[in-house]
Design a protein around this ligand. Structure first.
Ligand SMILES: C[S@@+](CC[C@H](N)C(=O)[O-])C[C@H]1O[C@@H](n2cnc3c(N)ncnc32)[C@H](O)[C@@H]1O
Length: 215
């Protein structure tokens, strides 16, 4: 990993994703997490402050050492134990059906094969358990979507493989998760930022042994 992706980018990412406007969305996304939680694309640990009381521990999957180091103070302040379980969500080193809930925020845009990662998340979640998501991705408006397609090649080069056009609902469905309930909307701010600012947030569930998760 070079200087840019291994050192500079994790710091820039930490700064930009610390924007106070994201806190209420992080808080809402973490609501209802409980028990053993798996977080993919853990980054610098910006969700730790929003975990509800019912969480007993967090297993983090994060490939970038600098991001993990940046999370040190947040991990130390966390009332629950946090350990680094693995480096790649596309192959999670955990037993099948071993987590009560999972969390992904601003990670599906960057993971090279997000469907493979989501299938792994579905495998390690208990039947009927939820994945909580907050992701940026494809916008519904034609003009914004066109700018997303135009900007994506540069974005991928500069931002460590981050895509602008991924559709989280389609990825979840392709990975076989059910009860996908995602809401979408633009972050407040200038229209120029819209290609980066369309957020999808909500949940999806693993099927139960007898079929898709009940409501
Ligand atoms: C935009 S950052 C989001 C960080 C954090 N989730 C947050 O909300 O602040 C995307 C994260 O995904 C991580 N990532 C990239 N490829 C990954 C992979 N294959 N498996 C797990 N995480 C990955 C990156 O290192 C980075 O920390």
């Amino acid at each position: 990993m070079g200087l840019w992706t291994g050192h500079v980018l994790p710091r820039l990412t930490d700064r930009s994703l610390r924007a106070p406007g994201l806190d209420p969305l992080r808080e809402r996304t973490c609501r209802g997490l409980h028990g053993r939680v798996l977080e993919i694309g853990f980054g610098s640990g910006l969700n730790l402050a929003h975990l509800p009381a019912g969480v007993s521990g967090v297993d983090a999957v994060e490939p970038v050492d600098a991001a993990w180091r940046l999370s040190a103070a947040r991990r130390a302040a966390s009332p629950v134990p946090v350990r680094r379980l693995g480096l790649d969500a596309q192959g999670i080193p955990a037993e099948t059906a071993s987590y009560d809930a999972a969390l992904s925020t601003f990670s599906l845009c960057t993971i090279p094969d997000p469907v493979r990662a989501l299938r792994e998340v579905a495998r390690v979640l208990r039947p009927g358990a939820s994945l909580h998501l907050l992701e940026h991705g494809s916008a519904p408006d034609g003009s914004v979507a066109r700018w997303q397609r135009r900007c994506e090649p540069l974005q991928r080069c500069v931002c460590g493989g981050c895509h602008l056009t991924r559709d989280p609902a389609a990825l979840l469905e392709e990975a076989g998760l059910s009860d996908v309930t995602l809401r979408g909307g633009y972050l407040p701010g200038p229209a120029l930022g819209r290609p980066w600012g369309y957020l999808h947030h909500g949940r999806a569930r693993t099927g139960t042994a007898s079929g898709p998760a009940a409501g």
